[in-house]
Design a protein around this ligand. Structure first.
Ligand code: Z5A
Length: 214
């Protein structure tokens, strides 16, 4: 009998601390002897990373909304087939910086594409797959932008959108969490980093204490 892995998604507002928190989750689970694969969207595979360059480049603001949606979906399809499913089948825990909920938040709630179309593209990429847990780090996007700028990084094409766009995306995450409380957990990311990490590790421990086999 083989142990089945888990997939945890860390997602939420821009600059809310996903990258930092994912490293804390990784260290915590590795200390318990689990094998961890950290990945991200868009990206995660060589093809996905090329798509990331296109969708996040501030040099190409002309990217159409529908092209943007299809590129995120294309990167995700490759990500699942090439990286996520093989890792889960090998019993590993996959932690992804953003995943399908980001498409609903950014392309539907913020960009304004229809929910039906957004779900269609998501479903095409997911092909029946669903992550086990979505941890949403919730933060006022203005604060998030300040954090990103304080880190010394420039803003990418999405972060350079009007603040209303980022606020709508934030609302999109909260709505998805409200509609699917089983799979989503919302964490107040304006708290101290120590508090955020403590809360997130509590959720992760609950999830990974359930042993699963296939
Ligand atoms: N996107 C989309 O539209 N559709 C999709 O389907 C997908 C994505 C998958 C990807 O950007 C963009 O693509 C994203 C959505 C869109 N656009 N936006 N906005 P990303 O995920 O690569 O970039 P990001 O969202 O802007 O995140 P980031 O810059 O990587 O930030 P982060 O990972 O959330 O935060 P961090 O780097 O861990 O922390 C930022 C700084 O804050 C850092 O200096 C930390 O030390 C500090 N920090 C972290 N936590 C705290 C606390 N609690 N207190 C104080 N300071 C803190």
């Amino acid at each position: 009998m083989m142990t089945q892995g888990y997939m945890i998604v860390c997602d939420g507002s821009n600059g809310a601390g996903k990258t930092t928190i994912i490293q804390a989750i990784k260290a915590h689970l590795e200390s318990k002897g689990r094998e961890i694969v950290v990945t991200r969207e868009p990206g995660g595979t060589p093809i996905g990373e090329k798509i990331r360059e296109i969708v996040l480049s501030s040099a190409t603001p002309e990217l159409c909304a529908i092209t943007e949606l299809m590129l995120f979906a294309a990167a995700r399809a490759q990500h699942i087939q090439e990286k996520i499913l093989p890792a889960l089948q090998a019993g590993k825990i996959v932690i992804s910086d953003r995943f399908d909920a980001a498409t609903i938040s950014f392309q539907h709630y913020a960009r304004g594409l229809s929910l039906e179309l957004t779900l269609q593209l998501n479903n095409l990429a997911l092909d029946g797959f669903k992550p086990d847990m979505n941890i949403i780090l919730d933060l006022d996007p203005l604060l998030g932008l300040q954090r990103v700028q304080a880190r010394g990084a420039g803003l990418d094409r999405m972060e350079s959108e009007h603040i209303d766009f980022l606020k709508k995306a934030r609302y999109g995450y909260l709505e998805q969490a409200r509609q699917d409380p089983e799979r989503f957990r919302v964490i107040d990311a304006s708290q101290s980093l120590e508090k955020v990490i403590l809360e997130v590790l509590g959720i992760v421990d609950q999830l990974t204490s359930v042993s699963r086999t296939f």
